[in-house]
Design a protein around this ligand. Structure first.
Ligand code: GDP
Ligand code: MG
Length: 166
């Protein structure tokens, strides 16, 4: 089995960090500075005969519609047309108007997995429950995955969650 998986979300939510962790090598640049990723970057990982092809996308920049930002957004949208699964990343406990704009672009008939990243920043897990319930109202997410892209165990668990969708 084989599947194409897009990683989308606002700048700085941890897309490239997750991509590198999923693929197991540093192929996408991570940085505190937004727009480090300007082009699509793909990586492949085979786990128990299932082949995952990941696409790291440039972050959406909704505030300033410069020519570069428009190009970045088009790259993301054309990527989404081809994929089997979308990983929609947000920071756990947060949802900004900019995140809402990215969410509005999600394909309707494809599984969208909500990745609530940077879980390590949430000190009481119970605090996350009302937020998760709100997120459930916003989109028919296929899965909810609170995790830290920086934690190996969380990243390994994600493969198991994605496998049935290939
Ligand atoms: P991108 O713009 O969405 O690709 O985000 P990056 O992967 O470049 O990450 C942006 C920043 O968030 C970097 O400083 C990362 O080290 C940090 N980051 C990514 N994942 C996590 C996480 O799970 N926990 C914490 N605390 N920081 C993270
Ligand atoms: Mg990036």
């Amino acid at each position: 089995r084989c599947g194409l998986i897009a990683i989308v979300g606002q700048p700085n939510v941890g897309k490239s960090t997750l991509m590198n962790a999923l693929v197991g090598q540093k192929i996408s640049i991570t940085s505190k500075k937004a727009q480090t990723t300007r082009h699509r970057i793909t990586g492949v990982r085979t786990v128990d005969e299932a082949q995952f092809v990941f696409v790291d996308t440039p972050g959406f920049q909704m505030k300033h519609a410069t020519a570069l930002n428009r190009t970045l957004n088009r790259t993301v949208q054309s990527t989404l047309g081809d994929v089997d699964i979308v990983l929609f990343l947000v920071e756990a406990g947060r949802f900004s108007p900019a995140d809402a704009k990215v969410l509005a672009l999600m394909p309707a008939h494809k599984p969208v997995v909500l990745i609530a990243n940077k879980l390590d920043n949430i000190h009481r897990r119970a605090d996350l429950l009302p937020w998760l319930q709100q997120m459930q109202q916003r989109h028919a997410f296929a899965e909810f995955v609170p995790m830290s892209a920086t934690k190996r165990a969380d990243v390994d668990r994600l493969f198991g969650i994605l496998k049935p969708y290939l």
